[in-house]
Design a protein around this ligand. Structure first.
Ligand code: SAM
Ligand code: DTB
Ligand code: SF4
Length: 333
């Protein structure tokens, strides 16, 4: 990851527009050189503080600027987090991601956040948090508590960003990502497709991500989930093939990163998801809820993983022919 190639829009655009099967072949070859081809990393997501966010991200159900009908919730207590993490562990997830609708955490919240990290790690899960912008002191505290990953997305190109968020700048995001990188916490950073951006903006986002000081270990690619009440509620749907091409290009540009097929999977059929996996996506959020919106049910995902013979680290231990759906659900609940 350190001897990485420097990417520019011209070269990346040429690859993006290759004939579809040539692009898929190149992405699959890159994937097989760097990863086990039939392995899927699974993370479970939990919202630890919901709604009333002071930022104005035009796609988000949680911004206080839009009337989305969301029920807001203050920072939840430790027991709720531990219980959710135990359930996640039972279902075979290997990483537990905790998200808060904040511009930045307050110092008074840090002790609770640190306890959440410690307790979740004690269950044998990797930890990830996404809490907004961080100062140096906060990054160090999270690193010392043992946080494994921090999610902080660039979302779109630097050129298009001001059309999506006005309460912070692209540079603010880059600064926080660099702080995380320097602290030793692994970086999770990606974007969303469907914000009204052009293909060039999507490629420019990947150029930004691939030219960070080190590639993010994890790159979530979200498909916009249209939220009623936000300025993006009537956005045009992204073409499926353009979406798959962006996954393939992400794999080629960041060959060692886990590419996560993130929000929007609920609206993708099995064939679309399989093409995304073939293009190099090797990570998903698992469980019927993302932060505030829904995700495919676990049994739908298990059926899909079985059809594709995909292994997750633990799921193959609990999902086998002898286990009835009811037993599986009991384990998952
Ligand atoms: N508040 C923190 C922040 O913005 O960094 C963390 C949570 S935020 C919900 C994490 C990411 O989820 C966003 O950067 C965005 O990429 C994605 N996201 C949020 N709402 C979405 C939506 N409606 N559709 C698709 N992705 C979404
Ligand atoms: C990311 O890129 N996608 C996740 C995670 N990082 C935190 C969040 C998706 C949120 C989808 C909308 C919702 O459920 O509110
Ligand atoms: Fe707040 Fe994050 Fe939603 Fe933006 S994406 S409004 S920062 S919760």
């Amino acid at each position: 990851m350190n001897n990485k190639k420097k990417w520019n829009i011209k070269t990346a655009t040429k690859i993006f527009h290759q004939p579809f099967f040539d692009l898929m072949f190149k992405a699959q070859k890159t994937h097989r050189r760097n990863f086990k081809p039939n392995y899927m990393q699974v993370s479970v997501l939990l919202s630890i503080k919901t709604g009333l966010c002071p930022e104005d991200c035009k796609y988000c159900s949680q911004s206080a600027k839009y009337n989305t009908g969301l029920s807001n919730e203050k920072l939840i207590n430790l027991d709720k987090v531990i219980n959710a993490a135990k359930k996640a562990k039972k279902t075979g997830a290997t990483r537990f991601c905790m998200g808060a609708a904040w511009k930045n955490p307050k110092d008074r919240d840090m002790p609770l956040l640190e306890s959440m990290i410690k307790h979740v790690k004690d269950l044998g899960l990797e930890t990830c948090m996404t809490l907004g912008m961080l100062n140096d002191h906060q990054v160090n505290r999270l690193a010392n508590a043992g946080l494994d990953f921090y999610n902080h997305n660039l979302d779109t190109s630097p050129e298009y960003y001001k059309n999506i968020v006005t309460t912070r700048s692209y540079n603010d995001r880059l600064v926080t990502i660099e702080k995380i990188r320097n602290s030793g916490i692994k970086v999770c950073s990606g974007g969303i497709l469907g914000l009204g951006e052009t293909i060039k903006d999507r490629i420019s986002l990947l150029v930004q991500l691939s030219n960070l000081s080190k590639h993010p270990e994890s790159v979530p690619i979200n498909m916009l989930v249209k939220i009623k009440g936000t300025p993006m509620e009537n956005n045009t749907k992204v073409s499926s093939f353009d979406f798959i091409r962006i996954i393939a290009l992400s794999r080629i540009m960041m060959p060692n990163s886990f590419i996560r097929l993130s929000a929007g999977r609920e609206y993708m059929n099995d064939q679309m998801q399989a093409l995304c996996f073939m293009a190099g996506a090797n990570s998903v959020f698992y469980g019927c809820k993302l932060l505030t919106t829904s995700n495919p049910s676990m049994d739908r995902d298990i059926r899909l993983f079985k059809k594709l013979n995909l292994n997750t680290k633990n799921i193959s231990d609990i999902v086998n022919e002898k286990m009835s759906n009811q037993m599986y659900y009991n384990a998952a609940l």
